[in-house]
Design a protein around this ligand. Sequence first.
Ligand code: BMA
Length: 335
Amino acid sequence: MITQMNSPRVRMIGSSLPNIPWEDRPKESSAVLWRYSGNPIIRRDATPTSNSIFNSAAVAHQGKFAGVFRVDDTRRIMTLHVGRSEDGFSWQIGDRPIEWKFKDAELSEFVHRYDPRVVRLEDRYYVTWCNGYHGPTIGIGYTYDFEEFHFIENAFLPYNRNGVLFPRKINGKYAMFSRPSDTGHTPFGDIFYSESPDMIHWGSHRFVMKPKPWRWESTKIGAGPIPIETSEGWLLIYHGVLTSCNGYVYSMGAALLDLDQPWKVIHRAAPYLMSPQMPYECVGDVPNVVFPCASLFDPETGRIAIYYGAADTVTGLAFAYVDELIDFVKSNSEI
Ligand code: BMA
């Protein structure tokens, strides 16, 4: 295991974040990605009517942190709520779902909204999520302040999930990963790349990666947090699913993609980065799930913090150093 120096070898492109939530790796651990000792950081009943709070997105905002959280309520309806935090560990989750402003009333019918991602891009924060519109698809909206939220459009026809935007335009176009799927608990799924001139019309679809037979990611895969631009390529953290005799097992993995043509995979780690092993990951409404939806990073120190949903019930936090993570992906790569 490398001893992390103050100045990382791998450059991450983004603003410095000296107040990133962080806890050093436990002395007895050699894990590349290690869990926060205070996990889970958000209780399932953190709001008066929440059944569970998980698969959620946090970003740095005005020196503190804000985010969009998946809250399944006690009716078991999947909704999105705003969350705010001073330190990235302790979150106040709003009691009521976000009320979106719609230009087109036809799109405003609520079915469900879940698994949000948030990215700071140009002058605002864009939000993508799995949106119920005659089947699951990718909703896109934006906010400037985490108070007023505007709906833009559904990016694709149903059925699609795991829409994840890039943090900048690529070759002059907005770019997004998605995972075409079906109407149920999809037993298949590859990651695709699409581009758009305006966040409304999406095309130039390119295949990126598919599951690997007989591995932790043998059934389906989907992009996780917003990809991190590094001097070694786009760092993609993603989830992969294995079908066991006891149902789906969701783990977390990583790959490096070409900076200009992100559908080209340069390296892909064969082992998972993290699989469900802690009690709060193995026991809950859906056992054996770790599902990453957001990361924070500090280019100066090379620190990365990953937010993930655990057992479709609570939210966890894990940490890594970029140099170690990239070394892990490269030295264990099987494309
Ligand atoms: C997927 C999504 C995720 C969920 C996972 C495990 O299909 O619905 O929100 O975490 O299943 O139930």
